[in-house]
Design a protein around this ligand. Structure first.
Ligand SMILES: C[S@@+](CC[C@H](N)C(=O)[O-])C[C@H]1O[C@@H](n2cnc3c(N)ncnc32)[C@H](O)[C@@H]1O
Length: 282
């Protein structure tokens, strides 16, 4: 399982941002733009109480090719980027050089962060598609708590377990549990950023309910300061089960139909798709 997941991420790290996908526009990033989504930006604003990351030691955990590491460094953060994929870290280093910012890229398993990093950070930033690769979320949270200084904060913006249950809306296929019950093996082709990409994979993923995440944080000594379940999101994580982009520019997960009104059936109320979890270590 571990090796297959590692190989998968090595492949995607080599592929993403090479002009073949819809998510990683590195030219825009190098030109001074950001690929950080509005949900992450709002979380960052909230976790820093509007002060930003200027002068903070920031750990970007499971950084992939490091797009948000660049943004955090441009905002004045002293950024360390961690991932288990050496190819991803090479991409981070190359990108940092192109963008003229400093990022310290470290290869590590996020369930077992190096002890040299203990109490080194003011903020751990980890977003979108990180926990489904982690079997032991307690170990992940304990590592986060350990590398934060007293008063340091965790910013986690993650796909909601309700969304990750759904493989397709029409027909309705729920092929992933809501809560942890061990590993689930999937095979397929393409990537979330390019469905047609020439990659084939078999991976193992792990479900984590919201309560498991909150309880893992509490067990690690982190105190929750904010939790939001979003019922709309600004981007389309994996085709959004073919849900259309709505008139306000947001994606929603609607299953079935809503109530009856004078004009007929209303659309179904949207289900949660994303959550923001902020916590601090005392
Ligand atoms: C979906 S990506 C994160 C994407 C990121 N939010 C972005 O926008 O680029 C998940 C990352 O987790 C990393 N990863 C998976 N399992 C890991 C582990 N056990 N330790 C460290 N990194 C891991 C992968 O290499 C990958 O870069």
């Amino acid at each position: 399982m571990e090796d297959a997941n590692f190989d998968h991420w090595e492949q995607l790290a080599a592929l993403h941002g090479t002009g073949q996908d819809r998510m990683y526009d590195l030219d825009a990033l190098v030109d001074g733009g950001t690929l950080m989504g509005p949900e992450e930006q709002a979380a960052l604003e909230r976790v820093t109480e509007g002060r930003g990351v200027d002068g903070l030691d920031v750990l970007h955990l499971q950084c992939h090719i490091g797009c948000d590491s660049i943004t955090l460094a441009r905002m004045g953060g002293r950024v360390t980027s961690v991932d288990f994929s050496p190819t991803a870290l090479e991409r981070v280093r190359g990108l940092a050089e192109q963008c003229g910012v400093e990022v310290n890229a470290i290869e590590a398993d996020s369930r077992d962060l190096p002890h040299e990093l203990n109490q080194s950070f003011d903020l751990v930033y980890s977003t979108i598609g990180v926990l489904c690769w982690i079997d032991d979320v307690d170990a992940w949270m304990k590592g986060v708590a350990r590398v934060l200084r007293p008063g340091g904060r965790l910013l986690l913006v993650e796909l909601h377990p309700m969304l990750t249950m759904v493989d397709s809306v029409e027909p309705l296929v729920l092929d992933f549990p809501y809560a942890f019950d061990g590993g689930h093996v999937y095979s397929g082709t393409g990537s979330y950023a390019n469905r047609d990409a020439d990659v084939a994979w078999t991976v193992t993923q792990f479900a984590h309910s919201l309560s498991e995440v909150v309880m893992a944080a509490a067990g690690a000594g982190l105190t929750m300061t904010y939790l939001e379940e979003h019922v709309a999101m600004s981007f389309d994580p994996r085709g959004m089960q073919d849900a259309p982009l709505e008139a306000d520019g947001q994606y929603r997960l609607r299953i079935g139909v809503g109530g009856q009104s004078r004009d007929g059936r209303e659309p179904a109320y949207p289900l949660p798709v994303l959550y923001t979890f902020l916590a601090t270590v005392t």
